[in-house]
Ligand binder design. Structure first.
Ligand code: FES
Length: 96
């Protein structure tokens, strides 16, 4: 079966670009592309995977992932539970 990738993600921290299938989380897509993006719980609770969107948009299937409203406004994302809506560029970690 042939799959068609609609989106790409760039890990600014690792200088890596990967394809994203619509059903894959951002973390899963990065890992399948060879990323060593940090993770632990993989369910949006521990924040180990936190990163910042530099470009693009993501959506969540869960009501409120472990981010504050301020963090969301600043572009922080939890890739383990985030799905790309557009091509995205992300950076690992928390800026402060
Ligand atoms: S790995 Fe725990 S919040 Fe993403």
């Amino acid at each position: 079966m042939q799959t068609i990738s609609l989106l790409t993600a760039v890990s600014e921290s690792e200088d890596l670009q990967v394809d994203i299938e619509p059903t894959d989380t951002l973390l899963a897509a990065l890992e399948m592309g060879g990323s060593n993006w940090p993770s632990s719980c993989r369910n949006g609770a521990c924040r180990t995977c936190i990163g910042q969107l530099r470009q693009g948009e993501v959506r969540y299937e869960m009501e409120w992932p472990g981010l504050t409203a301020e963090e969301k406004a600043q572009g922080y994302v939890l890739p383990c539970v985030a799905y790309a809506c557009t091509p995205v560029v992300v950076r690992q970690g928390y800026a402060d």
